[in-house]
Design a protein around this ligand. Structure first.
Ligand code: TYD
Ligand code: MG
Length: 462
């Protein structure tokens, strides 16, 4: 029979001592020496490999698995972003600027779930119980069976959650306010945030509750917290918007259980967040139809087509260095379009002040907006309004060509749905043309510019 042998190992430097002692002679640390069992003698060879850890069984990649069980909140736009509801036993981070509406959104989700008979716990570390109740009453959710508490200590929160039946959904608002006894640093520091998030993520996995952590993020992710939590959680959603506009976008940036290219659109009203199922109608509301310098861009947000208005103002500049101001689009991209107009299409535009604005406060990141931007610029420069029933999309190359972009069919269908009659774009694939719109396909930007300018001259002659 194998003889069990023990040795005394320093947990700090792994030095082995002949007997127990209070101080490790190798590294000088106190109270780090612990008695550990080591195998020796008969059979020490193969067994030695298993001494440090339990062996696990390796399985093939192919195999039967159940699809993840989810709790659907009933808020359609939220469920769309999570991929059909929060996954049981997963941890989700909802980040966003302070005041954007995270607490409001999650309180509404909590109430909607509770109304469907699910157990929901809402723990607020920022607001007192009375404040949360008041908000719920204002939102007309005062009667919902959400269990509420105001607490910031992780150990107390965990022991509270472990009492009674496991909740389906736990909301922690916010992760920055939590602190745990296990580390000494102050609440809100990276160590506290990370340790607290770890404990709550482990709770989610063990108990099968879906845990939502709220985190404040500044635009550049400066404040300690959510960025370090992103690696630990299963899904990360960002709630964005502009506090001067009413719409808010919930965007999935990481999702271990689904796609990340979905967005949910909400509108902040006096009665809380309302779902917007047709965002294009929201962004095209109150469009300056007859004005020069306005073009409708058929864009995509994730897998969803979103139409919006791009406004340009080109005005003679009194300054030596003309002014450029861009809201909602990339300023470097504007410079590129201007350079292409100037040097490839012969448009004298560079000496003007140029202002570009995406109406409604939307932020566009797609190169597909190039064509709409160019059209708006030329329209403003020549004083010729663009036809109000036309949408524009296409990427402009440095050589002055118009490139086709992805999802043309989806963009066209959305435009048709909203009553547009024509589209101007690059060359389309065969499958993309089957919509009822008149389609102007351009391979050269100069061609399109000639058309727009001719319209202006015609208008001037009449
Ligand atoms: P809140 O959910 O507290 O933001 P966060 O938790 O992200 O910090 O929302 C704050 C803003 O929302 C606040 O400025 C007021 C506005 N709001 C409304 O316009 N309507 C409402 O019904 C509610 C509850 C808030
Ligand atoms: Mg809040």
């Amino acid at each position: 029979m194998a003889r069990t042998k023990t040795s005394y190992v320093c947990q700090s430097c792994r030095a082995v001592a002949p007997r127990w002692q209070g101080r490790c002679e190798a590294c000088g640390e106190w109270n780090t020496i612990v008695e550990e069992i080591v195998d020796s003698g008969v059979g020490a060879g193969p067994k030695a490999a298993t001494a440090s850890g339990r062996a696990i069984q390796l399985v093939p990649l192919a195999g039967e698995t159940e699809s993840a069980a989810r709790v659907e909140t009933g808020l359609g736009e939220l469920d769309r972003v999570t991929g059909g509801g929060f996954v049981i036993g997963s941890a989700v981070l909802v980040g966003g600027d302070p005041g954007i509406g995270k607490s409001t959104l999650l309180l509404q989700a909590a109430a909607a779930l509770a109304d469907r008979g699910q157990r929901v716990v809402y723990i607020s570390g920022e607001e007192a119980v009375a404040q949360v109740r008041l908000r719920a009453q204002r939102l007309g959710l005062g009667g919902s069976a959400v269990s509420l508490a105001s607490e910031t200590n992780v150990e107390i929160i965990l022991s509270t959650l472990q009492q009674g039946p496991t909740p389906h959904l736990v909301i922690i608002d916010s992760i920055q306010t939590l602190w745990t006894d296990r580390v000494d640093s102050a609440p809100g520091t990276v160590t506290q945030v990370r340790t607290s998030a770890q404990a709550l993520t482990r709770f989610a996995k063990k108990s099968g509750a879906a845990v939502v952590l709220v985190g404040h993020v500044t635009k550049d992710g400066q404040i300690a917290g959510p960025r370090v939590v992103e690696h630990m959680v299963d899904a990360v959603l960002y709630f964005e918007g502009d506090s001067s506009h009413t719409f808010r976008i919930l965007r999935g940036v990481k999702n271990r259980y689904g796609a990340t290219d979905e967005i949910g659109v909400f509108e902040m009203t006096a009665l809380g967040l309302q779902e917007v199922s047709n965002p294009s109608a929201l962004f095209l509301d109150q469009r300056d139809e007859g004005a020069a310098g306005s073009a409708v861009f058929a864009g995509m947000e994730g897998t969803r087509p979103v139409l919006c208005e791009i406004q340009a103002l080109v005005a003679p500049s009194p300054l030596g260095t003309p002014r450029r101001a861009v809201v909602g689009w990339d300023a470097a991209r504007l410079s590129m379009v201007l350079a292409v107009l100037e040097s490839r299409c012969g448009v004298r535009i560079g000496a003007n002040d140029i202002y570009l604005n995406v109406a409604g406060g939307l932020k566009i990141a797609e190169p597909a907006a190039d064509l709409a931007v160019a059209a708006a610029l030329i329209s403003s420069l020549s004083g010729a309004p663009l036809p109000p029933d036309t949408v524009y999309f296409g990427e402009i190359s440095l050589a002055g060509g118009v490139r086709p972009v992805v999802h043309a069919a989806l963009r066209l269908r959305e435009a048709q749905k909203l009553g547009f009659k024509a589209a101007v774009t690059g060359r389309l694939g065969a499958g993309d043309k089957a919509s009822g719109l008149r389609i102007g396909e351009y391979t050269e930007l100069a061609e399109l510019i000639g058309r727009i300018a001719a319209r202006g001259q015609r208008a001037a002659a009449e």
